[in-house]
Write a protein that binds this ligand. Sequence first.
Ligand code: TXA
Ligand code: MG
Length: 343
Amino acid sequence: ETLRMLVDNNLNSEKSYSQAVDLLNNGEVVAFPTETVYGLGAVATNERGVKKIFEAKGRPSDNPLIVHIGTIEEVSDFIEEIPDNAIKLMETFWPGPLTVIMKAKKGLMAPSVTAGLETVGMRMPNHEVALELLRKLKKPVAAPSANRSGKPSPTKAIHVEEDLQGRIPLILDGGATGIGIESTVLDVTVNPPVILRPGGVTKEMLEEVIGEVIQPTIMQEKLESTPKAPGMKYTHYAPDAPVQLIESDRAIVSNAILKLRKEGAKIALLAPLSFESLGADYFFPYGDEGDKEMMSTKLYDDLRACDKTDATIILATTTTTEGVGAAIMNRLEKAAGGKWFNR
Ligand code: TXA
Ligand code: MG
């Protein structure tokens, strides 16, 4: 049985935290909120615990985990030499949605955390509950997103429950996460550094601090035979019904709805608020047109909500790749398996 405990730093949540800390110290896994998505954590130096993460998620064992820490100082315990640009980035963006890939000291992390790589990704989450848990535990926590592998990442405790009910002992429920998509993963072992996964900390924000940063386009990523972030090669963020991308244009979407309906389809539409009147069978608004923050906050929840309908196709309107749009389009492309309506 999976226990879900409400945690709120205004309430007295001591009991929930101590139960989480005890479980983690005993080689168990615990789900907890971060500012991006919910994570499924285990003590990063405990191989038994880390293995349970892979089992609960059904995650391929060649996909390494991000290590979460509560203070910048802990980085030097686990990293061989910290590049100057990494120090600048940590001081600027931590706590926050930036994972920094660096060369790991050998033999410290549980082997499954790094999945055989010489590097490790570290981040300090910007969420009261995650930070409180890390402060009380005083150990690094390896944590991927707390979804079953292939599903959209969880942005609410109830999503974790839907995916992992009966597979994990405890979910710390801190309400809905804020940003809604996963952290930016940046490899600083190369020069210039490369964005392996776009996220809340954008290319523009990174370049303001350390100068040139490479962000491969979606096309370049497709051509690359061995992706650098092992996780990016797997199917991702996919609800049950097929997703197709479509331009954010009322006439185009309206025609698509007419055409699909003639073919007998039940249509779920993810689009800006103003598209509601187009008459899709199910409508999930992103927010106002161009509000990318709202779009990223709601995207996974909306994709999951589609699974609760009898929609046979999900049309998702796109956005530009400026700012956090790069991260949103990366996730949308993956959810759709690169498919566009009628292209
Ligand atoms: O926002 C987030 O990053 C969330 C929260 C829970 O912190 N975590 C998360 O973890 O999204 P996960 O495991 O779902 O995604 C981690 C990504 C994967 O694509 C993985 O392959 C990549 O980061 N990654 C981890 N360590 C790496 C390494 N040493 N080298 C290259 N890629 C790495
Ligand atoms: Mg994930």
